[in-house]
Write a protein that binds this ligand. Structure first.
Ligand code: C5P
Length: 401
């Protein structure tokens, strides 16, 4: 259930820190990648070496590495994480979290994290019950943090009562349940075409386009994050990222992309045509490099097959087909024409007239137009956030289907 999830684990100075070793093993076994931040006190309870070995990632404690000055960016950690789990969380750390105190890396990362936060409590029973601690917990709840309550039993102090950190298995199950309930596309198969195509002229030359594949790969990542099984049919790109839910099928030409897409479509619940497919391809390909001469070189091009049109014909009522349109003029009119001609459920329109939108950029500005001519406009955003908007739009549509 945690396949491909990025879990940031914060460990504070409690005797329950020894349970973190088992917790890490369970999270890794579930498929998560785990990065660990310890408070300086936590190191007194369990060695970083043990935890780093289990997590297969170095342990972070300080704001920077004193040996080489490398900065441990809490902002990057906060953005990397799909979940931030603080286990064990002491009353001291909880008090600081509730009040925005940021005097160690665990706390600065807490303030930077955009992901859900889970707090597994560990403390003595009177500390747990103290109104100051209870008030702090209520503040964390009001921030939307998930509190994993301690269990009752014998405590390290010898007292008996509520304060023992929940068992690692129960904490790992808590996270698994959370992701299961929030994986809106679990069990859905999504076919996604991305990137440019290369149309061969001879053994060393091709006709291509400026598509970087960034938008398509961001979409693939977001779909996978939401639990979908993604078949990524990708033209040549330099992007290297692979969520375990993504199956990569590399192709070069429009014809290869067409064949793979048509083959996979019957199995798909959703198909997203994000690729910048060449509209024309050389009629004849030379198997040797064409030599320069004094004559003009004339290459006759023939039209490629339109993948979206073909899938639109094959589409059954249970399937959803989404297209993209990159327009320079009469944007909305042209996008709507494509939506109808290709039998799409919705089309994502980007205009080359918008600054920061289109090929190669890290940002994009889109509108979505649906079958009923309803238009939703989105602001200029990084492509990974645009991907979230598109996937959220798709999830909402599927929930009404
Ligand atoms: O007609 P136009 O190429 O502008 O349409 C864009 C949409 O059609 C995109 O979703 C693109 O991926 C898809 N398309 C396709 N096969 C083609 C050409 C475009 O799937 N040969």
């Amino acid at each position: 259930m945690l396949k491909g999830k990025h879990i940031l684990l914060g460990i504070t100075g409690s005797i329950a820190a020894y349970k973190a070793a088992i917790l890490i093993r369970l999270l890794v076994k579930e498929g998560a990648e785990v990065k660990i931040i310890m408070t300086p006190m936590a190191k007194e309870f369990i060695t970083p070496l043990t935890l780093a070995t289990l997590a297969k990632n170095p342990i972070l404690v300080d704001f920077f590495n004193p040996e080489n000055g490398d900065w441990n960016s809490h902002v990057d950690l906060g953005l990397w994480a799909d979940a931030y789990l603080i286990a064990p969380a002491t009353a001291n750390t909880i008090g600081k979290m509730a009040n925005g105190i940021a005097d160690n890396l665990l706390l600065t990362s807490y303030l930077s994290a955009r992901c859900p936060v889970f707090v597994a409590l560990a403390m003595d029973l009177d500390m747990y019950l103290h109104p100051a601690n209870q008030n702090n917990l209520n503040i964390l709840r009001s921030y939307g943090n998930h509190i994993i309550e301690p269990t009752a039993g014998e405590l390290a102090s010898g007292l008996i009562g509520k304060g023992r950190m929940e068992e690692p298995k129960a904490i790992a199950d808590y996270l698994c349940n959370y992701f299961q309930n929030n994986s809106f596309l679990a069990g859905k198969k999504v076919l996604l075409t991305v990137g440019p195509t290369y149309e061969k002229i001879d053994s060393v030359r091709f006709i291509g386009n400026y598509s970087s594949g960034k938008m398509g790969y961001a979409l693939a990542e977001e779909l996978a994050q939401q639990g979908a099984d993604v078949l990524l049919i990708s033209g040549p790109t330099a992007i290297k990222m692979m969520h375990p839910n993504i199956q990569l099928c590399r192709i070069e030409s429009a014809e290869e992309m067409y064949r793979q897409a048509v083959k996979a479509f019957p199995e798909a619940d959703v198909a997203i045509m994000c690729a910048a497919v060449a509209d024309f391809t050389p009629e004849n390909v030379s198997d040797k490099k064409i030599k320069r001469g004094s004559e003009d070189l004339i290459i006759k091009l023939k039209p490629t097959k339109d993948i979206a049109v073909e899938l639109g014909k094959l589409k059954s009522p249970r399937q959803v087909l989404i297209g993209f349109a990159l327009e320079t003029d009469n944007e909305e009119f042209n996008a709507l024409k494509k939506l109808q001609a290709k039998n799409l459920d919705f089309i994502v329109l980007n205009s080359l007239n918008d600054e920061g939108a289109g090929f190669g950029t890290d940002t994009n500005k889109i509108s979505i137009i649906d079958k009923h001519d309803k238009k939703t406009v989105f602001a200029l955003k990084p492509k990974n956030e645009i991907a979230k908007d598109i996937v959220y739009y798709l999830i909402t549509m599927l929930s009404k289907k």
